[in-house]
Design a protein around this ligand. Structure first.
Ligand SMILES: NC(=[NH2+])NCCC[C@H](N)C(=O)O
Length: 506
């Protein structure tokens, strides 16, 4: 596998390379007054979160880069109990960092590109301009010699000053652990995010640099961006809010080689989706021929579609049952311009109304030559289960009677809602049928057991791997449950904490 190979054509093919970010010091500085703005709902005990996240990394290494497992095991056993040094092997700025080319930390990649002086200047000016800092701060940043330290400062916003004290120079990025949201691999192309809120805009910016100067170096034309048109600033405030473009990766799923799912949500706007549809259909290299758009309520509890459902196997899904079509009474079709499609019916989250539309790539049309091409909505799908059935049957050749939907909290109120809130529906597939979730979602876990899945904690699995009782290749129908009391407080699960770069084809 070449060290820079990037290609994803499904949500469940065996995972080979991904981008993550270990919880950094910025998370330990989140304060209640900033919850709303920084998209947190609670403070987090950083030390515990790190321990639980390290299990996640170790698990990823067992599956993706087993040679590095020895390294982290040795480092862990050398450290004294409770000695934080034992965890240094997980930190991208330490000399003992595990440094895998399959489990990549965005902070490490950032430090790599900061070795180049011209890139360093460009990134510092961009970040300082964006954060509105003065020239003094810019000079201070330029004077930091170690790229590893600088990468950390650019992410945490915390500088260790001359007196040895931590000072804020700009806001931290406590959501950078959710690498899912900053970019989406579509075949061998990358769609960059355009964050919905200022709290995450610096993340989008850093990802732009990381992908341009590292992941896609020499292949920059594989990067897709969506942003407002140049004359956007001329439009009225009202139009600006209607045409505002934002796209976050939790709303985009590369579900099958020719099929993309896009959520219209609190974070991804209708105008953003309009741009995605055109950008993707114009780019033949994506291989995408159909795009299904799922409109969910604009509500914090379901900020992206991956908080509502994720795929487990070709024929198995996990879904938040309150969004089941059994609860829906869809209105009759109307004629629409899809740009306004999702804004028509008000944004009353309490209605919890799901709408699904499918767009097909126009055939025999020279997309480039056709300005303002309108692609037709060809299908309207009645609800999420119908969509999931359609994908299993038509994209994966599953027999209709074999499709299974497992519900959050086993579909029982109030567990469905409680567990959806702590990411019961947000699972990451390491391979088909082997997924990572959270241990706190007990009723959902029970539902998985009832459907023939075996449940393991990371420790149990590490033990079984060590004793060679089983191996990542042998596992089938398994839900691995991470300790989650702290991780879940940041409001994202394993799906959010991963940006897949390479998966085997299904
Ligand atoms: N793909 C996801 N569901 N990401 C979850 C992001 C959670 C983060 N606290 C935010 O509000 O932005």
């Amino acid at each position: 596998m070449p060290a820079n190979e990037i290609k994803v054509t499904s949500e469940i093919g065996r995972l080979r390379r991904l981008l993550i970010h270990s919880p950094d010091g910025g998370i330990g500085k989140v304060i209640p007054a900033k919850f709303k703005e920084w998209l947190y709902d609670d403070t987090v005990q950083l030390s515990q979160m790190r321990k639980d996240y390290n299990d996640y990394i170790k698990l990823l290494l067992y599956f993706l880069d087993p040679e590095k497992v020895e390294l982290v095991k040795n480092a862990e056993s050398e450290g004294l109990p409770k000695d934080s040094l034992q965890y240094d092997c997980y930190k991208p700025d330490k000399s003992t960092y595990f440094n895998s080319d399959k489990v990549l930390d965005s902070q490490y990649l950032l430090s790599q590109i900061l070795h180049d002086d011209a890139v360093k200047k460009q990134i510092i000016s961009a970040v300082c301009a964006w954060e509105g800092t003065g020239f003094r701060t810019e000079k201070k940043l330029l004077s930091i010699q170690s790229p590893f330290t600088l990468a950390k400062v650019l992410i945490t916003g915390i500088l260790h000053d001359e007196n040895g004290e931590d000072v804020y120079i700009f806001q931290p990025l406590p959501n950078f652990i959710f690498t899912r949201d900053i970019g989406i691999t579509i075949n061998d192309q990358l769609l960059l995010s355009n964050a919905a809120t200022p709290a995450r805009e610096r993340e989008s910016m850093l990802m732009r640099f990381i992908s341009q100067y590292h992941l896609f170096k020499g292949r920059e034309d594989a990067l897709m961006e969506v942003s407002e048109p140049g004359n956007y600033f001329l439009t009225s405030e009202e139009d600006q809010s209607a045409y505002k473009i934002s796209v976050e990766g939790g709303d985009v799923m590369m579900i099958a080689p020719n099929h993309l799912l896009v959520g219209c949500s609190e974070r991804t706007t209708a105008a953003g989706i309009n741009e995605i549809i055109h950008t993707i259909f114009k780019n033949n290299k994506t291989g995408i021929e159909k795009i299904s758009v799922i409109k969910i309520p604009r509500h914090r509890s379901v900020m992206h579609i991956d908080t509502v459902f994720t795929q487990v196997k070709r024929n198995v899904w996990v879904l938040f049952g309150q969004f089941s079509e059994k609860y829906d009474a869809l209105s009759k079709d109307k004629a629409f311009s899809y740009r306004h499609l999702f804004l028509q019916e008000g944004e009353n989250a309490a209605q919890f109304k799901i709408e699904i539309y499918r767009f097909y790539k126009p055939l025999n049309v020279d997309y480039d030559a056709t300005q303002n091409y309108q692609c037709d909505i060809q299908d309207r799908i009645t609800g999420i289960e119908s969509l999931l059935h359609d994908i299993s049957v038509n994209d994966f050749n599953v027999k209709p009677e074999d499709v299974k939907v497992i519900y959050s909290g086993d579909g029982v109120f109030p567990y469905d809602e409680r567990e959806q809130w702590t990411d019961s529906c947000n699972l990451l597939a390491l391979k088909e049928g082997v997924v990572i979730g959270y241990d706190r979602n007990e009723k959902t876990i029970q539902a998985f057991e009832n459907n023939g899945f075996t449940i393991y904690t990371p420790e149990q699995l590490f033990e079984l791997f060590e004793q060679k009782v089983t191996s990542p290749d042998d596992l089938e129908n398994v839900l691995i449950v991470l300790h989650s009391s702290e991780l879940s407080r940041a409001r994202g699960g394993a799906h959010c904490m991963s940006c897949p770069l390479l998966r085997d084809e299904i």
